[in-house]
Design a binder for this molecule. Sequence first.
Ligand code: SIN
Length: 301
Amino acid sequence: MINMSVDIGGINLKNPVLTASGTFGFGREYSGYYDLSKLGGIVVKGLTLEPREGNKPPRIAETPAGILNSVGLQNPGVEYFIKKELPFLREFDTAVIANIAGSTVEEYCIMAEKLGSLVDGIELNISCPNVKEGGAAFGVSAESVYNITRKVKEQCKVPLIVKLTPNVTDIKEIAVAALEGGADALSLINTLLGMAIDINSRKPILANAVGGLSGPAIKPVAVRMVWQVAQAVNIPIIGMGGIACWQDAIEFILAGADAVSVGTANFVNPYAPMEILEGIENYLINNQFGSINEIKGNIRL
Ligand code: SIN
């Protein structure tokens, strides 16, 4: 029997496979495909204090190996989530992690307070590239990462996971700032800032001109950043960015991730998280490992 359980800064996951924020809604659509209790955890769509309609369309553009999005944090607001979506998610035996975003530090703090211990963890989204105020602006300097992490941590009753943006010069410096601010765990990476242009209209395809690139195209960048961060900090890491099959997930874990989040792949193959989970387990069996923790960071250099 393989031990697949992992501890993400105090959140006990039965297995290391989560679904990434913004690609799984609040779980309802996917619950028709498989039993959500089989997941290690669900990270819900980014929540804000008030409901948001998001950016103007078009806000999705397909690219050769991924998608660009400029959704702009469309969501029903934290209170609606607590009243109407969380009870549904709680029907399943899986960890529920609330991704929160805001325009000010105070907004993040109020949301953390409102969520209290209703969820298993909070993912601090300081990495959304699609909003004019807040979002990734909080995540690009070590000083602001430290400050926001410290302030939100004071309000948190559950473990705090800080989600990092790859749109920085030195990801290690940012990871250390989150650690020093009190992060219990890190998740990385969010999307890479990108752009696509329609050559006939000569206009950007996204109404917002630029957006976040996700999917297989960004996987090598994400693996590199997880590897660098794993050497710089001693808190758990949830790795993500282009994970589409179990081999991708193993790469992240060998690079130093404790768990993985499946994101864009959900849009292509709703069963991807289940296939990835099965593939990880078979890899461990075939290579005579007794637990998932044995391969964490087990890269040969
Ligand atoms: C969005 O809603 O714009 C994407 C969320 C994110 O990048 O964190």
